[in-house]
Design a protein around this ligand. Structure first.
Ligand code: KIV
Length: 286
């Protein structure tokens, strides 16, 4: 069994090889992500959109996240499993944040959590880290703040906005985050942040100059058809392939092509003879 990567291993990768992060939400996805060589498998609250069918991530609960993180943990042997803290599981205060973050490690097999938001949440992050819980930060487009942001919009589009994001990044690194997701911002903004902080940055829609990249598995595999963000690259069209397979299955059932002889179990000749005798004897049905 390969050695499990830890938060310190990821931290030590800054300036070394690019870090690859993949989301996963269930056991088969986790096995695929881990075998592909991902350094971290993130059980993102994007779960709400790509698996549970919500319009955004705000309805995702701790129960949802723990349930899916457990399934992912069972499928991962090498990567660091990171559980995403859902909306209102950490924002209200330090005590709640530590208690909920602890559940990802104690009950669901994660070895780190992710928290959206900037310097306002440094107290929560500091307390989690002090309690032995490695924390991945997440700034830029933070979908849990969509109501205030007014939509899924690129952040840091001016020099001033980039400077604010950089201050947030420094505050999160100072609070003890071992790495930081930078979502939906200009490449130059992400580069400035990456060069300013001592922890690895993981970009999504943040250009080429971050220390690593993360994508949502359903975008990579072409499994989510409602929309694909412009920054995501689809490496396969599994949704189309799956649809074609299912249509063929229904056609085969209706045309009685499935099951075929190779899918069928038969009684032995002896048991068949006994059955026929039984059905022909006294008290036979009908
Ligand atoms: O929820 C998620 O999947 C995420 C990643 C896109 C970073 O936050």
């Amino acid at each position: 069994m390969p050695r499990r990567l830890s938060a310190p291993d990821i931290l030590a990768q800054k300036g070394q090889a690019p870090i690859c992060v993949m989301t996963a939400y269930d056991y088969p996805g986790a096995v695929l992500a881990d075998r592909s060589g991902a350094d971290m498998v993130l059980v993102g609250d994007s779960l709400g959109m790509v698996v549970l069918g919500y319009q955004d991530t705000l309805s995702v609960t701790m129960a949802d996240m723990l349930h899916h993180t457990r399934a992912v943990s069972r499928g991962v042997e090498r990567a660091l499993v990171v559980g995403d803290m859902p909306f209102m599981s950490f924002q209200p205060g330090v005590e709640m944040a530590v208690a909920n973050a602890g559940r990802f490690l104690a009950e669901a097999g994660a070895r780190a959590v992710k928290v959206e938001g900037g310097r306002d949440f440094a107290p929560q992050i500091r307390a989690m880290v002090r309690s032995g819980i490695p924390v991945m930060g997440h700034i830029g487009l933070t979908p849990q703040f969509i109501a205030g942001l007014g939509g899924f919009r690129t952040q840091g589009k001016t020099a001033e906005a980039t400077a604010v994001l950089r201050q947030d990044a420094l505050a999160l690194a100072e609070a003890g985050c071992f790495c930081l997701v930078l979502e939906a911002m200009p490449e130059e903004a992400a580069q400035a942040i990456t060069e300013s902080v001592p922890i690895p940055t993981i970009g999504i829609g943040a250009g080429r100059r971050t220390d690593g990249q993360v994508l949502v598995m359903h975008d990579v595999l072409g499994l989510f058809e409602r929309f694909t963000p412009r920054f995501a690259k689809r490496y396969a069209e599994l949704g189309k392939a799956a649809q074609e397979a299912l249509v063929r299955f229904c056609g085969d059932v209706r045309e009685r092509r499935f099951p075929a002889e190779e899918h069928v179990t038969h009684l032995s000749a002896e048991e068949l003879e006994r059955l026929n005798a039984l059905l022909a004897g006294p008290g036979k049905p009908g």
